[in-house]
Design a protein around this ligand. Sequence first.
Ligand SMILES: [Zn+2]
Length: 389
Amino acid sequence: MFTYDDIVGQRLLQNSFYDIDQDTEKLCLEYLPTDFSNTIEVKKIFENETYSLLLNLFELDTTDSKVPFYDLKKLLFIEKETDEINELDLDDIDFNITNTKKFIEGYLKDYNILTKAYPIVNIIFSKVWTILKYLLCKDYIYNGIYKVDYDTAATTYTKLYNDINYILNNREKMKQELLDIFHLFAEYKVKLPTSEVALIYQAYNQHQKNDLIFNELNPYIRNKGNDTLDSWKDIINTLPSKLNAPLEFPVCDSLTKFTMQMVQLLINNEQSIRKCKNCNRYFVVKYSSLAEYCSRNVDGTSSTCQEYASKKTYKKRQVENALYQVFTTYYNRIYGRIRRGNLDKDTTLLDDIKSLHQEYAIKYNDISDKGAKTKLIQEFISLAENLIK
Ligand SMILES: [Zn+2]
C-alpha cells in the first residue's frame, strides 16, 4: 500500500523492477539515499513462485477477478487521441492539477486497488512515483534534494502511457497466443519440447499470414543476422539446429517487457502451461511432465489438488477392485457382530481380516489373468469364512 507520504518523502525512487532468483520471483524498489554516504537501498515488495505474476496478469490462476484489468487505464490522467505518444505530444499544462494532495491520494487509492488484484502492476511504480513527485515539485510542495523537472516527467509519462496502452490493447491476443502455444499441445498430449512447439506454431502462423505478438520473441527463431526468419520453410530448417544459448534476462521494468520476457523464459526452460484437472486453474510444468494437477490447496482443505486427486483415484480404484469389495463385505459383517455384541469387542478378527486382505491384495494386483483372479477371490472367501465361523 502506497500513500501520499511515499511520494512526499525525501528518498528518490530510482527504479521498480521484476527479478527472478532460482524458483522465486520478486518485485523490488530501488531507492537512492538522502545521505550520500549511504548505499542504494533495494526493497522487496513482492515474492512468490516464478510465473505466478504472469498467470495472474492473464487471469489464468483465478476463476473470478473482481477488479477489471482495464482499470489500469485510470492511471493515465492525461488522455490523448492515439494509443502511442511521444514527449512532443505532451505539454506542461497537461500536468495542471487543482488539488495536488487530494489528487495524489485518489490516484494512489486506485493504484493500490489495482496492485492488490494484479501485483505485477507494481512494476510501473517508479514511473508513477516520478510523475506524482513532479506534480509536487510543480506546486512547490516538495523542497527536498531530489526534484523532478518537466522533461523527466514528460519522458516518464510517455513511457507509462505507451506501456499501459500496449498491454491493454494486446493482453487478450497475447493470452490467446500463450494458450495456443502451450495449452493446445498439452491438451492433445503432444510431447514436444516447448521450443519446438513455439517454432512450429510460428511457422504455421507465418504460413497462414497471421500476425503474432510473440512472433519476434522466441529467442530461437532468429537467423544468423539476428533477424526474425521470414518464411516458414526457414523456420522448419532451423528446427534441427535450434540455438541453445542461455537466455539473457535484461532488467524488466515495464508490463510489456515483463510479458515478453516471461514467455521467452517459458520457451527457453522448455516449460509449458497446463490446466489443472481439479481446480481448472493454470500451472507451469516441464513440457515432459505428466502432471495433470496443480500444487495449490483445494479450497477449504489443507491438501493440494495433486494430493486430492491421488486420494480420489486410489478410492476409485479400490471401489472397482473385486477383491476389495469382497473384503469390505467380510469386514462389515465382523464389525456388525461386534456392534451388536455377538462378538467380544477385544476380538482380533478385524485385524485378521485386514492382514488377510493385505496379503491377498499383493497377489491379486500382481496377476493379470482374469481366471486366476477369480480363483484367488474364491480362496480369500473360504479363508474369510473360516475366520468368522
Ligand atoms: Zn488445481
